[in-house]
Design a protein around this ligand. Structure first.
Ligand code: ADP
Length: 489
C-alpha cells in the first residue's frame, strides 16, 4: 500500500481533492466549481448531490494521476463549516438543498431567542452567539418549511449533518458521524459535552435522533467503499476548514495563533484544554479532539479583507489585479492621511456592528490610487490589531502570528501587519494550510505518525518571516488615525 494522503477540501465556491506525501509535499490536485443558488435576498443554497458528485470526481482524478487507490493510505476531509445537509438515511439522497453558512433566513428566529433571554446561556454553553450563521437554526428552518424533511423526521429516516458528515455518509454508505470541530459550530453541542446536547436540541427544536455521533478529529473513523476509488480506504481525519488551517499552521500549543486572509479574515488562537469564555464577543470553538481529549480555540473574524481589494478592482476599477496593491503601496512613503474603514458589510469582531458602513477619509488632491491601495492594505493591519486587543482582553495575547490565505502572498501587507502588531509574522511557502491540516490529522489517524505534533513537524514546509521594523511613534500615530476613522463610520 502507498502512503499518500488524499484530502477532500470542500469549500464554499469550489471543491478540491489533493494528494499529499507523508513529508507534506503536494503531489496532485483537482478542483471543480460549485453552483451557488440564491433563491431570495439573504438566502444561499448548495446542491448536496452536486457537492458529492464533484468531490468524488476530483478524488477519482487525483487517484488516477498517481496510479490508483493502492497508492493511498488514508483520506482526510476538511470543509466549509456550519452548512446543513438533510438526507434520507436509507437511500442517502438529499431531501432538500443544503443551507449555506452565509444564509441569513433564520435572523428572525435568532432575534426571538435573543429577546426571550437565551443568548447568555447559549454563549456560555456553546461558545457561540445567537446568529443565523450557525447550523442549529438552519435545521429547525428545514423542519418547519420543507415537507420532505418533515416527513423523513416523522418516519425516523431523517439524517442531518454538516458537510464532512454528508461526505462520510456517502463515502462509507453506513456511517453517520461529525467530528468535534464541526459539531462545535452547530449551537447543539456544549463545548465541554461529548455528544450533541438534548437540552440544546430541545431549545432549537431539532430532533436529537437525526444528528450524527460526535467523534475524534483523527483515528479509524470510517471506511470509504471500494466502489468509489477502486479499493477500500480508511477515513482517518476530519476537521472544519478554519480549525484545519490552524492545525496546518502547527498552532498546537496554547497561545499559538493563525490568521487566514482570503475574502474575509479568520483568526484562531489555541487555548489548550481551557474552555474559552469570551467577554469580547469572540467565539469559543473546539480546535480538535483526540482520544476524547479536546483542545479549544478562541476565534474572531473580519468580514472584509481581500474583498476590499476586489472591490477596488471590480467596482471602482482603479486596479487591474489584486497583486498590484503591493507595488503601489511601496511607491509612496505613506497614505498622505487617507484611511479606509472596510465596513462594506458591517464590522465583525470585536465590534460586531452589522449596520456599520465603510468610509474613505482624509482625501486631498494629492490622493491617488497609490495612496488608496496603500490605505486598503493598511486597513488589514488595523483590523488585525483590533482583534489582537480583543484576544488579549480575553486572556489570549499573541506572541507571534502565522498567516495564510490568498491575500497573505502580499509581502508589503505581511510586513505592515508585523509592524503594527509589533510581533513576528510567519508565512508558510505552501499557503494551502487548510488541506495540509486535514492531511496531518489523517496521517496521524492512519498511524503514519505517532502524534499530531510529530505529523505537524514532519509535514509543515518552509516559512518566511517578517519582523517588526517601525518606529513606535509612527505606530501610535496610525492607531490614533484609525480610531478616528472608526468613529467616523
Ligand atoms: P477565498 O478562499 O476566501 O476565496 P483566497 O484565499 O483565494 O480567498 O484569497 C483571495 C482574495 O485575496 C481576493 O479577495 C483577492 O482580492 C485577495 N488577494 C489575492 N492576492 C492578493 C495580493 N497579492 N494582494 C492583495 N490582495 C490579494
Amino acid at each position: 500500500m502507498g502512503d499518500y494522503i488524499l484530502v477532500l477540501d470542500e469549500g464554499t465556491t469550489s471543491t478540491r481533492a489533493m494528494l499529499f506525501a507523508p513529508d507534506g509535499s503536494l503531489r496532485a490536485s483537482a478542483q471543480r466549481e460549485l453552483t451557488q443558488h440564491y433563491p431570495k435576498g439573504g438566502w444561499v443554497e448548495h446542491d448536496a448531490a452536486e457537492i458529492w458528485d464533484k468531490t468524488l470526481a476530483c478524488a477519482c482524478d487525483v487517484t488516477e494521476e498517481v496510479g490508483g487507490a493502492s497508492q493511498i493510505a488514508a483520506i482526510g476531509i476538511t470543509n466549509q463549516r456550519e452548512t446543513v445537509v438533510a438526507w434520507d438515511r436509507e437511500t442517502l439522497e438529499p431531501l432538500s438543498r443544503a443551507i449555506v453558512w452565509q444564509d441569513r433566513r433564520t435572523a428572525e428566529f435568532c432575534a426571538g431567542l435573543r429577546d426571550a433571554g437565551h443568548e447568555k446561556e447559549v454563549q456560555v454553553r456553546t461558545g457561540l452567539l445567537l446568529d443565523p450563521y450557525f447550523s442549529g437554526t438552519k435545521m429547525r428552518w428545514l423542519l418547519d418549511n420543507d415537507e420532505a424533511v418533515r416527513n423523513a423526521a416523522d418516519s425516523g429516516r431523517l439524517a442531518f449533518g454538516t458537510i464532512e458528515s454528508w461526505l462520510v455518509a456517502k463515502l462509507s454508505g453506513d456511517t453517520h458521524i461529525s467530528d468535534a470541530s464541526n459539531a462545535s459550530r452547530t449551537l447543539l453541542m456544549e463545548l465541554g459535552g461529548a455528544q450533541f446536547d438534548e437540552g440544546l436540541c430541545e431549545l432549537f427544536g431539532v430532533p436529537h435522533g437525526a444528528l450524527p455521533s460526535v467523534v475524534d478529529n483523527a483515528g479509524e473513523l470510517a471506511i470509504a467503499k471500494k466502489e468509489w476509488l477502486g479499493a477500500e480506504i480508511p477515513i482517518t481525519g476530519l476537521a472544519g476548514d478554519q480549525q484545519s488551517a490552524t492545525i496546518g499552521q502547527a498552532c498546537l500549543n496554547p497561545g499559538e495563533t493563525k490568521a487566514t486572509y482570503g475574502t474575509g479574515a479568520f483568526v484562531l488562537t489555541n487555548m489548550g484544554d481551557a474552555i474559552p469564555a469570551s467577554k469580547n464577543r469572540l467565539l469559543g470553538t473546539v480546535l480538535y479532539q483526540l482520544g476524547g481529549e479536546r483542545a479549544y480555540a478562541l476565534e474572531g473574524s473580519v468580514f472584509v479583507a481581500g474583498s476590499l481589494v476586489q472591490w477596488l478592482c471590480d467596482s471602482l476599477g482603479i486596479l487591474e489585479t489584486a497583486s498590484e496593491t503591493e507595488d503601489l503601496a511601496r511607491s509612496v512613503p505613506d497614505t498622505g492621511g487617507v484611511m479606509i474603514v472596510p465596513a462594506l458589510s458591517g464590522l465583525g469582531a470585536p465590534h460586531w456592528d452589522a449596520e456599520a458602513r465603510g468610509a474613505i477619509i482624509g482625501l486631498s488632491f494629492a490622493s491617488g490610487k497609490a495612496q488608496i491601495a496603500r490605505a486598503a492594505l493598511e486597513a488589514m493591519a488595523h483590523q488585525t490589531h483590533d482583534l489582537a486587543r480583543g484576544f488579549a482582553a480575553d486572556g489570549a495575547p499573541w506572541q507571534s502570528l502565522r498567516i495564510d490565505g490568498g491575500m497573505s502572498a502580499n509581502d508589503w501587507m505581511a510586513q505592515d501587519i508585523a509592524n503594527m502588531l509589533n510581533l513576528p509574522i510567519e508565512r508558510p511557502a505552501l499557503v494551502e494550510t487548510t488541506a495540509l491540516g486535514a492531511a496531518m490529522l489523517a496521517a496521524t489517524g492512519a498511524g503514519l505518525y505517532p502524534s499530531l505534533e510529530e505529523a505537524a513537524s514532519a509535514m509543515r514546509g518552509e516559512l518566511s518571516r517578517f519582523d517588526a521594523d517601525m518606529d513606535d511613534s509612527i505606530r501610535q500615530e496610525r492607531l490614533a488615525q484609525w480610531a478616528k476613522a472608526l468613529e467616523a463610520t
